[in-house]
Structure formats: C-alpha cells, structure tokens
Design a protein around this ligand. Structure first.
Ligand SMILES: *Cc1c(COP(=O)(O)O)cnc(C)c1O
Length: 421
C-alpha cells in the first residue's frame, strides 16, 4: 500500500462517494487546521438538508396544520421503517418500525422473544457488549425469573462463534448480540451466528447500532429473527432521533410487546376497552412517535440509502485499512497497539487502539483538532464515517496522532479521566 499523502489524495479522487461530503455541515472544510471528526459512529454529522426538513414539520405541519397533521404523522413510523428495510437493512416491507430508543426497543423485543419461548429459562449475551444491552438483559431475566449466561468475548477480536456454540442448549430462549462491537469494531458473522442460534431452537436479537449504515445487515437473507438499532450514529439523524426495531414477518403474531400501548393497538382510534395488538409490525409501537426526530431520520436514512450500504462498507474497509497501515508505521513504535481485528473483512467502520494513557492521548488529539472517542479501559477509538470523511482526512488525523506521540505533548493533559464522557 502506498502510504504517502498523495496516495490518499488519489484515493479521494477515485472515490464514488466523494460528492456526499458537501451535503454535511462542516465536512467540506479543506484548511490545514480543519477539524478532523472521527466520531461519526457516536454522533454523526448533520446533513445540511435536516434543518429545513425539521423546520417544515414545525412551521407548516405543527404551526399551521395543528392537530390535522396527525393524519400524515401516524403513518410515518411504518413508512420510514419500510424505507430503512429496503434501503439500509435488507429487510422486507412491514418488518421495520421506527420509534422509541434502542434501549426501549431492545427491552420490548427481548421480553417478547423470551415470552415466545416458554419452558426456556436462559438469556445469552456477550460479556463485552454495550452496557445498555447487558443491563436490559439482566433486567428482563430478573423480571421473568430467568438466568443470564454472559459469554466471554475478546475485547479486541470480538465473539468467537465456538464459544457461543458451547453456551447454546435447549434452555436458551433468546441470544442478544451486537453486529459490530462498539469498542473494537469487530464484525460478527450475522448469517452464520443466526443459523447457529436457530439450530438450538432459540431466537437471536441483533443490535445493529454500530453497523447500520456502515456494513450491510442483510436481515432477510440471513433469516434474522429480531433486531434493533439507533439512528444518530452512521445514519446521521441527530440527537433524539428515534431508533428502529425489526421483527421477521412470520414471528410478528407470535410476539407481544410487554408495553401494551395504544400505538400498538388494532384500530387505535376506536379507543377500545381492552388491548388487542395490531396484526403487523405496528404492534411493537408504544406511544406517540417523535415526529420531529423522524423528520431528521428521513433525511439521514435517505442519504445512506442513496449512497448504498455496499459502497459505504467498501469505503469503510478501505479507510480503516489505511488507519491500520499508518498506525503500524507511526503509532506502534510509541507503544500504541491495534485493539481491533487486523483483517478488514472482520471489522465495521471503526478501529481502536490501546495505550496505557489512552485518556491523555484522547485529550491531546482533541486539542490538535482530531476528535476520536475514549473507551474503557485504555482505548482510543477512531471512526472515519465513509459518507463525509476523506482518505486525506484519515491521513492527516494519523499524522497529528503521530505528532502528539512524537513530541510527548500528550503528557501535559490530566491523567485522571473526567466523569462526563
Ligand atoms: C449507541 C448504542 C446504543 C444506544 O442506545 P440508546 O437507547 O439510543 O441510548 C445501544 N446499543 C449499542 C450497541 C450502541 O452502540
């Protein structure tokens, strides 16, 4: 691989996604001191079309249309769900619903799945999964008198399917796993693991938060049962944008949401005396959907669908390969160790490095205009989002990383981690 800056410039010149960068606020600054934002997997950049889309809902539909606008708003959760299914998730119409948060959707689908497997009293999750996932699993288990099997997963390499296989038996009701590990970026083999879980008679619930919009999910092709994910990371829909949930068509009538809300009710506006869930994906709705956040999601998800998840994944792989190759030469001599799978085919769109003083390094990078993420215990996570990060941005960010290490300036930053991030 040619690791010169000119080679990075050449990769940008040949990038079929290059045109998308100008559609994001702040992304097309070309100056030498520009902000190099490598945290799009935590909070994606704002599409320039988003304010107008939100303003239209506020100023026209709300201010002028008032309550009459509900006629168009009530169908939005399924309309956007269908758009995500077709354009981003590889699922069928009527299988995806938008609303609530990832945490709440995880709770709904996990409780519903556990209830649909009576006689099975074990929930399986990964010991290294995102905190909210592990907390929700523990909560549902406690509520239902079930046991949790937390399977060990390597912090850097991710889940080993043979370790999962050993944890599966006729007691397991639902397995909760992340498609892309939030810390290391390790990519799970979603189709193979789905088959493995099915062989044991259990359901699998995928958390797509760190993969949606960066690697294909292929839910229908894999025969996936259940999935959830958030929209403010690679889908660039902003803080407060609703999450999504997916339930395979043939499972929908077997599953009941534990939240018996009126937005999941058949003939909602009949205001009937008892809860009678809608036949389709709507039954997993709970309360009034976040209409303003959905306006932002429509823009964010639309851009990802237009770019194509396959092309985004290819660019993500190429960018993380550049990160790893530059790190081998520039960072490793300073004791910064790759903490992600080395093979690009086994990663999502982010790469993580370990260093005993990762917190100080993170602060020093931010001071130099590079925004990474610190992750416990001693990790610096770099997430170059393929829609708006260029190869030359990756190159320059790594060059600033090298400079911070070489001049030792990172030692000037407090070693003690502040509590807010
Ligand atoms: C970001 C993320 C979440 C976020 O959940 P919220 O309910 O939106 O706060 C959940 N799970 C994983 C794996 C994530 O990466």
């Amino acid at each position: 691989m040619d690791l010169t800056r000119n080679a990075a410039v050449a990769l940008d010149a040949a990038d079929p996604l290059a045109g998308f960068r100008s559609r994001f606020a702040g992304a097309d600054d070309d100056g030498p001191d520009r902000l190099l934002y490598l945290d799009g997997n935590s909070l994606g950049r704002m599409p320039l079309a988003t304010p107008a889309a939100v303003r239209r809902v506020v100023e026209e539909e709300w201010a002028t249309g008032l309550v009459g606008s509900w006629a168009s708003w009530v169908g939005t959760a399924t309309r956007l769900g269908d758009a995500l299914a077709a354009g981003v998730l590889g699922a069928r119409p009527g299988e995806v619903l938008v609303g609530d948060t990832t945490t709440v959707n995880l709770y709904k689908l996990l409780a519903a799945g556990a209830r649909a497997r009576p006689g099975r009293d074990v929930l399986v999750c990964s010991a290294d999964d995102f905190p909210t996932d592990r907390y929700v699993v523990a909560g549902v288990a406690a509520e239902r008198g079930m046991t949790v099997r937390e399977i060990p997963a390597d912090l850097d390499e991710g889940l080993d399917p043979t370790v999962l296989a050993a944890a599966l038996d006729e007691r397991v009701a639902v397995v909760v796993l992340s498609h892309v590990a939030y810390r290391s970026g390790a990519l799970a083999d979603l189709p193979a693991i789905t088959r493995l879980v099915h062989d044991s008679g259990a359901l699998v619930l995928w958390d797509l938060s760190h993969s949606v919009g960066s690697v294909p999910a292929g839910l229908t092709a894999a025969g996936a049962d259940l999935a959830v994910g958030c929209t403010y990371k690679y889908l660039n829909s902003g803080p407060g944008a609703p999450a999504f949930l997916y339930v395979r068509q043939d499972l929908q009538t077997q599953l009941r949401s534990p939240i018996q809300g009126w937005f999941g009710q058949r003939d909602q506006f009949e205001m009937g005396p008892v809860y009678d869930p809608a036949p389709g994906i709507e039954r997993f709705g709970a309360g009034t959907p976040p209409v303003l956040g959905m306006a932002a999601l429509e823009v964010g998800a639309g851009i990802v669908a237009e770019a194509g998840v396959g092309r985004l994944a290819a660019k993500g792989r190429a960018m993380t390969e550049l990160v790893v190759a530059l790190a081998d030469g520039w960072l490793a001599p300073h004791g910064v160790v790759l903490a992600s799978p080395r093979s690009a085919g086994r990663r999502g769109s982010h790469v993580t490095f370990a260093h005993p003083q990762a917190w100080q390094l993170t602060q020093a990078l931010i001071d130099r205009g590079v925004v990474p993420d610190f992750r416990t215990p001693d990790r610096v996570r770099l997430g170059p989002a393929p829609l708006y990060t260029r190869f030359v941005d990756v190159w320059d960010a790594m060059e600033r990383f090298r400079a911070v290490l070489a001049d030792g300036s990172w030692k000037d930053f407090p070693a003690e981690r502040s509590r807010v991030t």
